[in-house]
Design a protein around this ligand. Sequence first.
Ligand code: GDP
Length: 184
Amino acid sequence: MGRSNVGKSSLLNALAGSSKLARTGSTPGRTRAVNYFLVDGRYYLVDLPGYGYAKAGKGDRERLARVSESYLESGAASASGAGGTPRLVVLLVDGKVGATPLDVLALQFLESVGVGVVIAATKADQVKRGERERQRRAISATLDLPESIPLVFVSARTGEGLNELWREIRPFGRGSEADTDISQ
Ligand code: GDP
C-alpha cells in the first residue's frame, strides 16, 4: 500500500515481470477495489487502494481508515479465498520525495495492527547513489522507523532493488494459509 502516485502500479508490474505473478481478481472496496495477485502459485500479494490524493486531509485519512483498516483488521481477504489477514505489508514511500505525513500515519496504523512491515522507497533511479544514505536516513527519521523494519530502495524503471524486495516478501509467503488452500 502507499499514497497515490507513489509508483505502486509500476512496482506491481515490475514485480510481475520478475516473478510468476497472476492477477486473480478483485473485491470492490467501499471506494476502490482491492486486487489480488497470486505469487508463484503459493501466496497472495494484495494491492490496497492508494491514499493521499491531491487534497490531503481528513477525507484521505478516512479513506485510508475505511479501505485499509477494514481489509487489514477484518481479514476481508478470507471471503475471496486469499487466506485471511496479511502477515506483511509493503508500505511504499516515494524515494525522491521522502515520507509524507500520511505515510507516517499509515505506518503508525500498521504498527498498531501488528502486521509485519517493509518499506519500499520507490523511484530509486531518481535518487543519486551519493544521496541514497542521506535520503534513507531522512525517510527513516520522518517515519521514526524502528531497526526491525527494513527499507529497500526500488525502481520499477531500472529493476533496482526488486530482488532485495522479493527476499523480504518471500519468507512471509511460506507456510501461509494460502499455501494450504492451494495444495488441497
Ligand atoms: P500509483 O498511483 O502509485 O499506482 O503510481 P504509478 O505506478 O501510476 O506511477 C506514478 C508516476 O510515477 C508515473 O508517472 C510513473 O511513470 C512514475 N514512476 C513509477 N515508478 C517509477 C520509477 O521506478 N522511476 C521513475 N523515475 N518514475 C516512476
